[in-house]
Design a protein around this ligand. Structure first.
Ligand code: NAP
Ligand code: GLV
Length: 316
């Protein structure tokens, strides 16, 4: 049986799949695969390892007559028409849990970097502007006793909140269901989205992108943010009306924003490159050796199970 991997991922995936007796081919260019290439190279595949940048649409799924499993190398799966894949009898899997700490670390890093102007201060040094200690140079915001608002208190949201609590912050969260264990462990309070946006000093987004979360933070909701607020997005760019957020940042209507993800990725709105009150990262939430190796292993194990007639480990 044949497995197609849409881009080079850690070698352990290929090794495991070959050891299990499968023929593995990898799209070996250092760029995201294009739709036509994806269709061409995966047409004989019994399984595919896809990336979050691969759009697995109805058209693509219709061109996969032999495929039994699409193993997404990510926890988010908004790139896949899961319902359609299921209707064709194709199993879809993702890589939850093993990237939670890595992504929570990035959300907290963005929080600290925004609160203390870390990137603007580094640029100042690189531009050799530092001529000595100054009483009012890069004054930032302390986190202790401030309110950390988690939007989407799932795996990553909860882990990020635990980090914020360790910095002395009080936690509020907005989520579909109540999270009792999380509340008991962190004294977090469940509030409405409106209330969270009004009271939080840091708002950190951790929802999946779906029809009901697209532009959840629109003009109306973004206008509720305090002018001292910091907004962190490590979830998906499309959850926020990015253009409007940029207009607020330009007018200094909020303190700062930290981005790991962008609306219309991989495009990045050029205005973000010029703003001092933003920290921008190239979608590196899960980019640790530990997380990426575990993600490759899990994707391979899901495929091995399904192609051997067993249950997948992490089905969607
Ligand atoms: P998760 O455990 O499924 O958490 C998502 C949370 O959002 C759940 O608590 C869920 O509530 C809640 N939720 C979903 N839809 C909602 C809605 N419409 N309104 C209110 N709450 C809603 O997922 P995760 O593992 O934490 O990952 C979250 C997202 O982070 C992923 O989908 C992905 O897009 C993003 N991510 C980004 C990176 C990166 O590199 N930047 C890395 C990993 C993940 P229930 O529990 O009630 O269902
Ligand atoms: C990364 O963005 C993921 O969803 O795993």
């Amino acid at each position: 049986m044949q497995v197609f991997i849409t881009r080079r991922i850690p070698d352990n995936a290929q090794e495991l799949l070959q050891k299990a007796g499968f023929t593995v081919s990898v799209f070996d260019k250092d760029r995201a695969i294009k739709k036509d290439e994806l269709i061409k190279f995966s047409k004989n595949a019994d399984a595919i390892v896809s990336l979050l940048s691969d759009k697995i649409t109805k058209e693509v799924i219709d061109s996969l007559p032999r495929c039994k499993i699409i193993a997404n190398f990510a926890v988010g799966y908004n790139n896949i028409d899961v319902e359609y894949a299921h209707s064709k009898g194709i199993v879809v899997t993702n890589t939850p849990d093993i990237l939670t700490d890595a992504t929570a670390d990035i959300a907290m890093s963005l929080t600290l970097a925004c609160a203390r102007h870390i990137c603007a201060a580094q640029n100042y040094m690189l531009e050799q502007k530092f001529v000595g200690w100054k009483p009012k140079l890069f004054l930032g915001i302390e986190l202790r006793n401030k309110i950390f608002g988690v939007v989407g208190a799932g795996r990553i949201g909860q882990e990020t909140a635990k980090r914020a609590k360790a910095f002395g912050m009080r936690i509020v969260y907005y989520n579909r269901s109540k999270k009792n264990e999380f509340e008991n462990g962190t004294s977090a309070k469940k509030v409405s989205l409106k209330k969270l946006l009004k009271i939080a000093d840091v708002v950190s987004l951790h929802l999946p992108l779906a029809g009901n979360t697209f532009h959840l933070l629109n003009r109306e909701s973004l206008d509720l943010l305090k002018n001292t607020a910091i907004l962190i997005n490590t979830a998906r760019g499309e959850i926020v009306d990015e253009k409007y957020l940029i207009s607020l940042l330009k007018k200094k209507k909020i303190f700062a924003a930290g981005f790991d993800v962008y609306e219309g990725e991989p495009k990045v709105n050029k205005a973000l490159l010029k703003l001092e009150n933003v920290v921008i990262l190239p979608h590196i939430g899960s980019a640790t050796f530990e997380a990426r190796n575990s993600m490759a292993k899990l994707a391979a194990e899901n495929i091995i199970n399904v192609l051997n007639g067993k249950k997948p480990i992490t089905p969607i």
